[in-house]
Design a protein around this ligand. Structure first.
Ligand SMILES: [Zn+2]
Length: 61
């Protein structure tokens, strides 16, 4: 069974560049070609990007 994918463009929440996505799945991580931020596909319909959670180790501070 094929997982649902989407192809299209979405806007980077960091620099507002258009990011072209090809056959991406929900929760997939991609990188913005404009600012290099790691972006998570949070929705396929419509294609929506969110900044991916940073794996920093300062949670306990
Ligand atoms: Zn960006």
């Amino acid at each position: 069974m094929a997982l649902p994918t989407a192809t299209g463009a979405a806007q980077c929440p960091e620099c507002f560049a258009d990011v072209t996505l090809t056959k991406v799945m929900q929760n997939e991580i991609t990188q913005c070609p404009g600012c290099g931020a790691e972006l998570e596909i949070v929705s396929l319909e419509p294609l929506t990007l969110s900044l991916a959670p940073q794996e920093e180790e300062d949670w306990g501070e």
